[in-house]
Design a protein around this ligand. Structure first.
Ligand SMILES: NC(=O)c1ccc[n+]([C@@H]2O[C@H](COP(=O)([O-])OP(=O)(O)OC[C@H]3O[C@@H](n4cnc5c(N)ncnc54)[C@H](OP(=O)(O)O)[C@@H]3O)[C@@H](O)[C@H]2O)c1
Length: 316
């Protein structure tokens, strides 16, 4: 990997920063392809002078994608959205965007492509998010034979969207919601392990064309995860069961907010478990030992304790 050029689409995001750091440590040159290059400048000190370069590209603008992959040996597409806004639709970003990246990577002669998907990607899913992720997997693999698909469960780490969101809620609300009764099962995976997995995939030619499902060492129900949030934040809060139809009704209003805390599509996602499939290849096949939540959460969830940090750092 030393001296090779890696283009990372979505490299300024939560997962991106951990991957870019690892690639730089391995001596790769990294093009961080994002819409907002200013928001990616903070990554530059992770490498030597000129090693990490933010480049302007949008998955909705194919010529910019072509420019971003010029000369790339490896391409990683991390771009994903949690809700749709205008032209930033699931179809445009997860499905057609993945195809645009894959076509450009093939035309540029890249050796390998990693497409970041998600556990639950399924053309039959009730959630449009998961259907569009499945379409992205199919379109990317067709345009770039040998694409490696990586599907994490919910990812945790200092800047995550999941534990930080519920930690912030525990700080100000009298109760945390148990959507669908809190029975949905998750297998939280550490962001560092996901980044290590992508590096391992790029390192190992035998991973081409395969699908990896990444989960942590333990499966938890949503209720158990809320209990962990309360334990880590030292808060006593009511856990309020919210049947799926009620959660959808609430989401119908919440999804009108500029940054919606919950959408109907997200409630639909919660109707299915989010755990590594039986027999799926995973972290172990990449020789990575999964990190447990209890080893990491205390390093950042203290922010939500009484007397913890007054300002919540930007997450997500
Ligand atoms: N976090 C999780 O728990 C989790 C779980 C399963 C799967 N995943 C998948 O893992 C990937 C990374 O997730 P993340 O949590 O790191 O996401 P994130 O923090 O939201 O980062 C998303 C990145 O995509 C870029 N982006 C958004 N729209 C774009 C566009 N039109 N063109 C180019 N870049 C665009 C953003 O930068 P700009 O806004 O500057 O363009 C940002 O760098 C996603 O595909 C996600 O679906 C994440």
């Amino acid at each position: 990997m030393r001296d090779s050029l890696v283009t990372v689409f979505g490299g300024s995001g939560f997962l991106g920063r951990h991957l870019v750091r690892r690639l730089a440590e391995r001596g790769a040159r990294v093009n961080v392809a994002v819409r907002d290059t200013e928001a990616a400048l903070y990554l530059k000190p992770m490498g030597n002078v000129g090693q990490i370069t933010p480049v302007q590209a949008s998955l909705r603008h194919p010529p910019s994608v072509t420019r971003a992959v010029e000369g790339a040996d490896f391409v990683v597409n991390l771009v994903g959205i949690l809700y749709q806004r205008g032209a930033q639709s699931f179809d445009a970003i997860h499905a057609r965007g993945a195809e645009i990246v894959a076509k450009a990577a093939a035309e540029a002669g890249a050796k390998r492509l990693v497409q970041m998907s998600a556990i639950g990607a399924d053309p039959e899913s009730p959630a449009e998010y998961a259907r569009s992720k499945a379409a992205g997997e199919r379109l990317a693999s067709a345009a770039f034979p040998g694409t490696t698909i990586v599907r994490p469960s919910v990812v945790f780490g200092p800047e995550d969207d999941f534990f930080n969101r519920f930690g912030a809620m525990a700080r100000i609300l009298p109760a945390l919601p148990l959507i669908g009764g809190g029975e949905t099962r998750f297998q939280p995976v550490y962001v560092g392990d996901v980044a290590d997995a992508v590096v391992a995939v790029l390192d190992r030619p035998d991973t081409a064309g395969k699908i990896y499902e990444l989960g942590g060492p333990r499966v938890y129900s949503f209720k158990e995860l809320m209990e962990i949030v309360l334990q880590e934040t030292g808060r006593k809060r009511l856990l309020l069961p919210l049947p799926f139809p009620v959660a959808k009704l609430q989401a119908a209003f919440l999804q009108l907010l500029p940054v919606p805390p919950l959408t109907i599509d997200q409630v639909k996602l919660l109707e299915r478990d989010n755990v590594v499939g039986e027999g799926a290849a995973g972290l172990g096949d990449l020789d990575i030992a999964a990190t447990p939540v209890h080893g990491i959460l205390p390093t950042y969830m203290f922010r939500y304790r009484r007397g913890g940090a007054k300002v919540t750092p930007r997450f997500g």
